[in-house]
Design a binder for this molecule. Structure first.
Ligand SMILES: Cc1cc2nc3c(=O)[nH]c(=O)nc-3n(C[C@H](O)[C@H](O)[C@H](O)COP(=O)(O)OP(=O)(O)OC[C@H]3O[C@@H](n4cnc5c(N)ncnc54)[C@H](O)[C@@H]3O)c2cc1C
Length: 296
């Protein structure tokens, strides 16, 4: 039986990241399978209260806000310290759900070590099992699935693969907002954020409905303009295989696959890509896959 399912929320450019809202869907599923549990969320930001209403609307009954200028950007130590303090002082939180983004993948194991709690990473589904729940995650580049189970009653930490769960339904809800006491001194944080460089004018690969992706088979960097033109025409984004990135034809942030991004567009057009398992690991859940290739 779950008492409280805490969802860790990531803020980017003053907005809640979509992957954090999806985490609330897994929380709902855990609550249904466990038969009970309160769904809560925690936001650490300069003005966390601004995000509470949206989280209530997506199903959180309680929102904890940690307010500090030190939370402007994610950094491991202050985030882990504040959320570990919340979990330790609450005593009711038994699940902690973290979006499986770059920051979430940094946060979840560190929190697990701090709390001496188990972590299952990259969860894509959950099902009822004897004496608890089984959490499902891909392994071996997505070729096998793994069923994992926690074997004690302590805090259970899960990171949740972006796009694995749908956005929960939105309704006009209210809930309880709890302000956390924050014990962070900027001079004690070992990392400073000096500059954040943003890409401009590009569609985020992970949010794109249409992706046109280039592989080595396009022949050279000059032909990328054809790929870009098709992506622009569809209102989509440009992806790439690792071969293209390693050849320096396009930057790493376009790479799709095991060591790149995981995407799930409505249509994925792979141009001159062989479909190595490491590439498939990042795009095989696309709704429709079109391969343009001389090799049938
Ligand atoms: C640990 C590890 C992690 C990796 N992670 C990733 C990852 O995240 N993402 C990733 O993409 N790869 C990854 N790789 C590399 C992966 O194994 C492949 O080497 C890579 O995906 C191949 O890229 P490609 O399909 O563009 O090139 P190739 O394998 O060279 O394929 C080129 C394709 O183009 C076709 N082609 C050639 N000429 C034409 C033409 N004129 N018209 C149409 N088609 C043509 C060919 O038939 C072929 O299918 C990883 C590898 C390892 C070991």
């Amino acid at each position: 039986m779950a008492k409280e399912i805490l969802c860790v929320v990531e803020i980017d450019e003053n907005k809640i990241k979509k992957s954090s809202i999806e985490v609330l869907s897994l929380a709902n599923k855990i609550k249904e399978l466990e038969g009970n549990g309160t769904i809560s969320a925690v936001v650490l930001a300069e003005e966390p209260q601004e995000f509470a209403k949206e989280l209530f609307n997506y199903g959180a009954k309680k929102v904890y806000g940690g307010k500090s200028p030190s939370f402007k950007y994610y950094r491991t130590q202050p985030f882990v310290k504040t959320i570990a303090n919340l979990i330790n002082s609450s005593g009711d939180i038994d699940y902690v759900l973290v979006p499986g983004t770059g920051n979430g993948r940094d946060f979840a194991p560190y929190l697990g070590a701090k709390l001496k709690a188990g972590v299952i990473a990259d969860v894509i589904d959950v099902e009822k099992a004897e004496g608890g729940l089984n959490f499902i995650r891909p392994c071996f580049a997505g070729n096998l699935l793994y069923w994992g189970k926690f074997n004690d009653s302590g805090v259970k930490i899960l990171s949740v693969r972006p796009k694995a769960f749908p956005m929960p339904e939105k309704a006009d809800n209210t809930g309880e907002y709890v302000e956390l006491s924050v014990d962070i001194k900027e001079e004690e944080i070992p990392v400073r954020v000096l500059e954040v460089m943003k890409e401009t004018g590009k569609i985020n690969l992970q949010d794109a409905d249409f992706i046109v992706s280039a592989g080595r088979g396009i022949g050279g960097p000059d032909n990328l303009k054809i790929i870009q033109e098709l992506a622009d025409t569809l209102g989509g984004a440009v992806g790439a295989s690792r071969a293209v990135v390693d050849s320096g034809w396009i930057s790493y942030d376009h790479q799709v696959g095991q060591t790149g991004k995981t995407v799930k567009p409505k249509i994925y057009i792979a141009c001159g890509i062989s479909g190595a398992i490491q590439h498939l690991a990042g795009m095989k859940d696309s709704k429709v896959i079109v391969a343009i290739n001389k090799d049938p």
